[in-house]
Design a protein around this ligand. Structure first.
Ligand code: PRP
Ligand code: URA
Length: 209
């Protein structure tokens, strides 16, 4: 599928398997979410533009490369997206962080916004949206639409586990937004949970159930 990137790195696959295990503790789950996000950050940022600069080493002048182009912002979707922030920031510490609060109405499955705080200069940044689970795609579509309304033109979406239904829905609504995930699962169940998935990501991260 175009614009969908499933990371098959062994470390990523191993950590996702541990996260799926219902016996994994909240503490371990949180650590694994952070570590997996850090490994994914490496791949998600693979095509960032660089420019050549000259740097004086103790030996000679080196013609070498540094990041160029727009600055980055990461935007976790509350609450479960928070579990991916530390891992991302450990690789891209200069990124600013915005927050969008959305929850799925359990009856309608519609994404309801309850919080939003973005960096003032967000329109001048490239944005990576973070959320562990892409299920129906309702939350992702709402978050991306919201960011586009703020004038952001370059948006990437990064999740841990995606369902085909969510991938298709996000692609249909926002075909320009690449989707990066660690696993593409089978389908959704009747409550719109991902099968086999890992359960409720927010509850597992924060120990609320
Ligand atoms: C979960 C998850 C996504 C959303 C995915 O959040 O973190 O945001 O569901 O589902 P969708 O693709 O069908 O929209 P939830 O609504 O459970 O809120 P929480 O993060 O506060 O637990
Ligand atoms: N949200 C979750 O946390 N898990 C799912 O499987 C689907 C939506």
């Amino acid at each position: 599928m175009e614009n969908l990137f499933v990371f098959d790195h062994p470390l990523i696959q191993h950590k996702i398997s541990l996260m799926r295990d219902k016996h994994t503790s909240t503490k371990e789950f949180r650590e694994l979410a952070s570590e997996t996000s850090m490994l994914m950050a490496y791949e998600v940022t693979r095509d960032l533009p660089v420019e050549e600069v000259e740097i004086e080493t103790p030996i000679a002048i080196a013609k070498t490369k540094v990041l160029s182009g727009k600055k980055l912002a990461i935007v976790p979707i509350l609450r479960a997206g928070l579990g991916m922030v530390d891992g991302m920031l450990s690789l891209i510490p200069m990124a600013k962080v915005g927050h969008i609060g959305l929850y799925r109405d359990p009856e309608t499955l519609e994404a309801i916004e309850y919080y939003c705080k973005l960096p003032e200069d967000i329109a001048d940044r490239d944005v990576i949206v973070l959320d562990p689970m892409l299920a129906t795609g309702g939350s992702a579509i709402a978050a991306v639409s919201f960011l586009k309304d703020k004038g952001i033109t370059n948006i990437r979406y990064m999740c841990l586990i995606a369902a085909p239904e969510g991938v298709n829905a996000l692609h249909d609504s926002h075909p320009d937004v690449p989707i990066f995930c660690a696993a593409l699962d089978e389908k959704l169940n009747e409550n719109a949970y991902i099968i086999p998935g890992l359960g409720d990501a927010g509850d597992r991260l924060f120990g609320t159930k």
